[in-house]
Every structure is written in structure tokens, then in C-alpha cells.
Design a protein. Sequence first.
Length: 406
Amino acid sequence: MDRRVKVTIAGSGIQNWSQSLASQYNQLYAEGLGAGYVEIGSLNSIGAAITSIVSVPLGWTVERYGVKIVILLGLACSILSASIYALAGDWWILIPAIILSSISMRIINPLTDVIFISCTRSDRSGTVMGLSRVVWGILNVFAPMTAAMIVTKFGGINARGIRPLYIIQILLAAFVFLFLASKLQPLPAHANRDGDRLGSGVSSMVQDFRELFKGEEGLKRWIVLRLIRQFGMSIAMPFTALWMVNSKGADPYILGVMGSAAAMVSTLLQIPAGRLADRIGRKKVFFLLRPLTYLGTILMILAPRPEYLVLVGLLGAVGMRGGAGGVSFTPFITMHWEMVPGEKRGRWFGVEGLIGIATIPATILGGVLWQYGFMREVLLIPIVLEVLVVIPLLMTIPDTLGRNER
């Protein structure tokens, strides 16, 4: 593997672990600071709105100044966000923290995948994407139980008990910032070869993004597909943890075992799924694994006791990381970055961020439905949209295996 891939896997693995510590508790933390269901949905909408606004300029910046600088910017946002979380005394103080966190995730997660795709041959990119998730998964196996012990020690599922998780995030994000600043080298020239000719100003930016769609088969349909999928996922995502705690009686240790089980299964399946995607195509592996998420979501809704949520962790569910069904995201995101050649990925990164616009109405709608008692419906809407719209549309888009050979 290219040295850039190794450094990125290591640095983003630590950052991913620090984010996993609190991922199941963010909405519970907001609730503990006094936020209602509509406010929780609105907080996510605010973050999505800001990231959509800055996404296109960020994509343009990637092609002008390189991936490394923008990733370091994302880590700086992560440090500031965790600091605000740690100091917050009321739910509305979380607004700037969620904005910064959304920008950070918008930058770091996609751009690490850009590095993997840009520095790897097409017939190996699925495997490398899977390998990265294995490394992260091994680390993440320990995150949920570590978080459970910390939360329990400091007072349980409330603002006081959750707050120490954000202090740990500050320290780890600062370490990763220094590590990548000193170790990560620029991407290969081919990944940014349009950067030197990119002009300046709004008109130049618009022209550069117009060129993105020239000669790219299925790209517009892919954007429509992503918008619909993002809308469905965003309706349910802020409320999954609330469902498990408030409706199913999960405590920190149930959440911890569930998260660890999800991470272990995901770790075991990532490389086989990546290899299979490099052999038979990205779409087929996605179609094979994604239904497990639907099954896990239904089990999460019907679970008679909290202990059944461990099985949900093994299968995966809407709004949670990992599990067997969650592995379907690896071939899906591999296909996403292969939809355009390397020299267009900075602009594609910018356009992809606009997909977050779908989050704005979705999370507010989810909060309103949740407040009026339509909790099961909120959790099922993503499945209905995927089965009836997303999957049929994906069938019409050519697979990307072998499309972008180096």
C-alpha cells in the first residue's frame, strides 16, 4: 500500500474511535441538557444546512490547495466542537458545536476515502476500503464498552455522565492533527492535476463544476439516489438511540455490548466484502448485504427485552454504525468515489456535500413525527424509501468496477 494510505488509516482510525465514544450519546446528551424531540431534530438540520453551504467551496478548495490542508481544517473543527460539547450548560449552546462537528465529518470521512481511491488501483480499491474499515473496526470494538464504563462511573445516561467523553475527544483529535500534519504527504499529482489550471472567482468555480458532469454516465441519477437515501436516513438517525433507551430500556452496558458486537461483525466482514466487490462489482455486494439492515431495524422495533438489541448490533440497523448490514456501505461509498475520475474528485466532494440539504427537512420532520407518537414510522421510513426508490434507481446505474483504472 501507498504510504499515504497507511498514514491515513492510522490517523483517521484514532479520530474515528474518539467519535465512536460519544456517537450513541450525542442525542441523549442534548436531551439531558433540556432539548425536546423537535429541538434534537432541528440541531441536526442546522448542521446539515451549514455543511451544504460550505461544501462546494470546500470541494473547490480541495482541488486548489490539496486534500491534506482541508483534512487538517476538519480536525481543527473537531477539536473546537468537542470543546464546546464539554463546556455546554444548556442545549442551545450545542448549536455551534454541531455546526463544527458536521463540517468536520463532512471533511474527514469523505477525504480519507478520496485518498484510498486515488492511491489504489481500481481492482484493489474495494479491498483497501474494506481493510481500512477492519482497522477502524478493531479499534471501535472497544469504544462502546469504554464509553459505557466512563458514563456509568460519572453518573449514568445524563449530561454529567456523558460529558467526559468529549474531553477525551479533544485530546485525541489534537493528537491526530499533529500526526497527520507531520506524516501525511500530498496526494499523487494525477488526483489534483486540474488544480493548477483552476481559476479564481465565482464564475470560474461555476464553470469548473459544470465540467464535472461532462461525459460521466449515470452521475445525475446517482445524485438523485443519494438525495433520497439521505432524506430517509436523516429522518431516523437522530432518534435511534432515544428509541433504544427510552422505549426499550437499554442501559449503558447494553449499548456498549451492542456497539461492540456491531463493530466485531463489521470488522470480520469488511475485507471479504471488499474482495467480493472487486470481483463481482460494487452493486451486487450492496444488494446482498443491505437487507440485513432492514431486518435489524425491524427487530429493534419489535424487541421484547433490551437484551435483544445485541442481536440488532450483529445485524445492523438504520441510524447505527456497523453490523453485517452496515458493511454494505463499503462497496456503496467505493462506487460513489469511482463515479468520477481522479482529477474531478475535489469537485465531486463539493457536490456530494450538497446532498446534505436533504437532511434539513428530514430531521425536522422526524422530530415532529416523533413528538406526535409516530416513532415506529420514523424508524421504518428509510427502509420504505430504499426498497421502493433507491434500489430500483441503483439498478439503472452502471457499476464502476474497473471504470477508473490508474
